[in-house]
Structure formats: C-alpha cells, structure tokens
Design a protein around this ligand. Structure first.
Ligand SMILES: O=C(O)CCC(=O)C(=O)O
Length: 267
C-alpha cells in the first residue's frame, strides 16, 4: 500500500490560536487536491511557545481543536496527525497530539513524555503518561513530539511492538538543525520504520526555527526534505518497504532485550 503524505511546515503566529487555525485551514485548501492520505501539523501549532500565557490560551480538554480537526478531516476526506496543542487538564497543561481519521473520529492522543528544559517546558507543562500508538489505514503508527527523538529507548518501545510509521512533530530550533537531521535518520535506520517529521518554520521572540521537515524511508534514505521557509512538504511512501528492510537485516529477531537489563554494574 502506498500513502501520500503532506507535512504542513507552517510559520506559527505567536500566542494566537484563531490566526493559526485560519492558517491551517487555508493551507489545507491549497494542498487537499493532491489526493493526500495523511496531513501532519507541527508541535504547539495553535499557541507556539507563548508558555507564560498558556493559562489564557490553552485549549480546555482539547475540545476546540478536536472538533476543528475532526471537521477538516471529514471535509477533505483525509487523516490528520494534528501536531500538538496545549491542552488544559485538571492536573495542568500538557503538550498533546491528536489524530483524526478520514471519518473525523479522534483515534489517538499522545502527550509529550520528555519535557524540554532548555525552552522552559518543565516550568509550564505536565509530562504525558501514555504511549504514542495509533492505527491509521490499517497500519500501526507511533507519534512523538520534538525532544522525544533524543530518547531512542522510548521510540523502540513502539517499534518493538510493531509500529511501522513514526510521526514526529516539532518546533525544533535552527542552531541544532544538524541534530534534527541526524537523529531522524538514525531513528529511521535503527527502527527500520518510516519517519515523517513535521517541523515549524519562522521565528518567535526567542527562537528561529529550522524547518527541514523530512520524510525518511526505513533504509534511512530521504524521500523528501523541506528548506527553512514555510511550505507543504509532500512525499509518497510504500509500506511494503518496512517488511523488506526488516527481512533483509532482522534486528527485531536478533535483539536480546533480556540481556540489556540483566547486566551487572561494573563500575
Ligand atoms: O532537543 C532539541 O534540541 C530541541 C527540542 C525542542 O525544541 C522541543 O522539544 O521543543
């Protein structure tokens, strides 16, 4: 099965959910005619990193955004991996990804597990507690958020249980572009999965963001890569390639997880 995917590499209006919803809707109108199967949005696309104002602008239980993406998914007959948004919960605010299928059903939700201290997330956000699994087009997928890609053990939890597509949504800053590109390729190679990574473009008061959204195949080859400017990155993937690569070098058969945790401490 092949799937056509678009990563909407948007510039995000700082702290302005209404304007950002307008931008998403207008970009979707531009791209939907290309017979897409999946649309991917960046991290915190409604608010950006306006963390001090989250109490005011975060979405109460994600209700507004769930209904917004559900309507768009039905209207354009497309699956939406809706980046992440600031979600207000009784325990605090989380950085949460929602996934809608073509019928508009919300079929997945994942809150960022690893909070990024360099951008003060630990001061304003609560970490998630659940896995990033969801099913799209009969395929097991995993979603992670930005800093999460520095934790290969978290991603392995998902691919060792069969995830074939890894969606990464991000607001990754430009000074560490080489980390972004290298980590994404490494995650694809070591997990023999597709990596579909949607970063934002543009600037906010504190950062310039890297863009360079990428679609990478299970061999580590780059199928499509954006530049730094806002754009929609479109690529087609063939799911058969996952099986092919996993048969050629059978790392999931050869790994020895029982040994990794039972080694004695030497020093
Ligand atoms: O790990 C990094 O260098 C960037 C992470 C980040 O920007 C984030 O998680 O929001």
């Amino acid at each position: 099965m092949t799937l056509k995917i678009a990563c909407l590499q948007l510039d995000i209006a700082f702290g302005d959910p209404a304007e950002n919803k307008r931008r998403v809707q207008s970009e979707l109108e531009n791209v939907y005619k290309q017979q897409l199967d999946i649309i991917v949005l960046p991290e915190l696309w409604t608010t950006g990193y306006d963390l001090p104002r989250l109490d005011e602008i975060a979405d109460e239980d994600g209700a507004d955004i769930k209904s917004f993406i559900s309507e768009l998914a039905q209207m354009y007959n497309v699956n939406i991996v809706a980046g992440s948004v600031a979600k207000k919960t009784p325990k605090g605010i989380t950085n949460t990804m929602y996934i809608a299928n073509r019928n508009g059903d919300i079929i997945g939700e994942y809150s960022k597990l690893h909070l990024f201290q360099l951008m003060d997330e630990h001061l304003y956000l609560q970490p998630g507690e659940e896995s990033g699994f969801f099913m799209l087009e009969q395929t097991l997928c995993a979603g992670v958020i930005c800093y999460d890609i520095r934790f290969p053990e978290w991603i392995r939890v998902h691919t060792a249980q069969g995830a074939e597509l890894l969606f990464v949504v991000a607001e990754w800053p430009l000074p560490r572009l080489h980390h972004w590109r290298t980590l994404l390729q490494a995650r694809a190679i070591e997990n023999q999965c597709y990596v579909i990574a949607c970063n934002r473009a543009g600037t906010d008061p504190n950062n310039t963001f890297a863009g360079h959204s990428m679609i990478i195949d299970p061999w580590g080859d780059i199928i499509a890569e954006a530049g730094e400017d806002p754009c929609s990155l479109i690529g087609e993937i063939d799911l058969a390639k996952v099986d092919e690569v996993r048969k050629q070098i059978p790392i999931f058969q050869d790994r020895r997880p029982e040994r990794y945790t039972s080694l004695k401490k030497i020093f």
